[in-house]
Design a binder for this molecule. Structure first.
Ligand code: COA
Length: 230
């Protein structure tokens, strides 16, 4: 992304991406001089200034989202695989894209997991399309966007959101081709099907996603419903 996006503001509502009672906060301007809680400061001390600002911006969105749930400010440490470690009873996700950061959170009673991804709405490099998209996804790209590169960027974003939602429940790295995204462009929704790897198909079947354009960005949200057998 190149510079601020005048079509986005801190009032931009992301809530449509992840259904209630999940709540979200999007921010277009990182606050300066943010003091991070101790556990976050420890994680951030190896960061270069730009990465620290991005990290702090995401954490700020996360704490503001938690406040919307009635949760007092709390440290959100960094997990072993870089995932945010939410306070007990909370699920959530963080994403950044250039000057924009966003977070979505919910109580565990509502959802088993959440995933959020922001991407610049720019074509994916042609050389990456086949790495990201399965053949079945490539044939459906035209339904997503006239430009195959932009359509592939949408698939990329949906997979990133799905990966973030799946991670806390299975803690397994996934290649892009392990999931097939099945978008419904008219509704702005998607589901995912496991095509390879270790992700239990029954877990992926509980994942539903939504995607939208947000100014110069693409946004994808994924929610995983609670296991009805538990
Ligand atoms: C984490 C990842 C999904 C997105 O990271 P990114 O490109 O930097 O983009 P975003 O800004 O949207 O997201 C970063 C945030 O995701 C969160 N995150 C990082 N790793 C995570 C994980 N394993 N699970 C859940 N959330 C994670 C963090 O909050 C991070 O921000 P922070 O480091 O400031 O706290 C990606 O980098 C990654 O690890 N990919 C490997 C797996 C993959 O993409 N497989 C194909 C999809 S099926």
């Amino acid at each position: 992304m190149h510079g601020p996006d005048p079509t986005l503001s801190d009032d931009t509502v992301l809530d449509a991406l992840c259904p209630a009672p999940a709540v979200s906060v999007l921010s277009t301007h990182a606050r300066t001089g943010v003091i991070l809680p101790g556990e976050e400061e420890v994680a951030a001390r190896i960061f270069v200034p730009a990465r620290r600002a991005e990290f702090a911006h995401g954490r700020d969105c996360a704490r503001r989202s938690l406040r919307r749930l009635g949760v007092a400010p709390v440290a959100i440490p960094v997990g072993q695989s870089r995932e945010p470690v939410w306070p007990p009873g909370i699920v959530g996700s963080i994403s950044h894209a250039g000057a924009v950061a966003a977070a979505v959170v919910a109580r565990c009673e509502a959802f088993a997991s959440l995933g959020l991804d922001l991407e610049p709405d720019e074509p994916l490099d042609a050389a990456l399309v086949a790495q990201v998209c399965r053949p079945g996804e490539v044939v459906r790209l035209a339904a997503l966007d006239a430009d195959p590169g932009r359509a592939a960027r949408r698939i990329f974003s949906m997979k990133e959101a799905a990966y973030k939602a799946l991670w806390p429940l299975q803690r397994a790295f996934m290649e892009f081709h392990e999931l097939e995204v099945q978008p419904v462009p008219a509704c702005g929704t998607f589901t995912v099907v496991v095509r390879a790897g270790a992700c239990p198909p029954a877990l992926a079947a509980r994942l539903t996603g939504r995607f939208m354009r947000l100014g110069s960005l693409l946004a994808s949200g994924a929610v995983i419903t609670r296991d009805p057998t538990l």
